[in-house]
Design a binder for this molecule. Sequence first.
Ligand code: ACO
Length: 194
Amino acid sequence: MEFKFNINDYFKQQIVAINHNLIPPGFSGDRRQLWDSVSKVTEIVNALGESSAAAQGLTKAITTADRLRNSEHKLFLLIDPDHNNGKGAISGMLKVGKKTLYLFDREGNHFQVTPLCILDFYVHESRQRLGLGKILYENMLEEEQIEPVKIAIDRPSDKFLGFLRKHYHLNSPIKQMNNYVVFDGFFPEEDTKS
Ligand code: ACO
């Protein structure tokens, strides 16, 4: 995804994590530059959120700068610094956050848990199926120090389910009434069941 401004002026790494303050990691500058950076991040987040929603057939974006500002979610952005005649482009995004959920295992036992959740995931149409989603996902796993099986997924698309099957051998999703999905191995041990 391309923008009129130079992405490389704002992001210095291939993958950056944005949180509620919408400030690019490693930012240094005066108040005017800070305001400019936050407004560029706002534009990027809103554009990615809209594209992701369109790709998933949703009428409303799950990811907006406003929602990120008012949350403890983390948004990882994948940067391609060489694209767009050296102005850089954003290839994809992955949003995670903790949620308190009531979930059922296959036997119908229910659990109240607060796992890390995948809330939004998108790779630009021109760059899908090239391994970029995997790069983003692996970076998130490393940053969050978590195994794929311990993550809950909010309304995964068929493409995302295919992705999880291919890269992490997560088969047979346990679909929940609240539209979340988890996999065998997600639930805690027997003695902590409610
Ligand atoms: N059709 C079927 N499976 C697909 C497709 C597709 N068009 N695209 C990716 N996949 C799955 C397949 O398993 C594929 O492996 P294969 O090519 O050998 O069949 C694998 O993902 C490819 O892995 P990557 O290249 O690492 O993944 P990619 O960079 O394409 O990113 C993503 C995966 C984010 C799901 C991307 O395809 C995408 O943005 N899709 C549209 C939006 C979407 O569905 N996002 C998830 C919404 S659910 C949520 O956010 C909680």
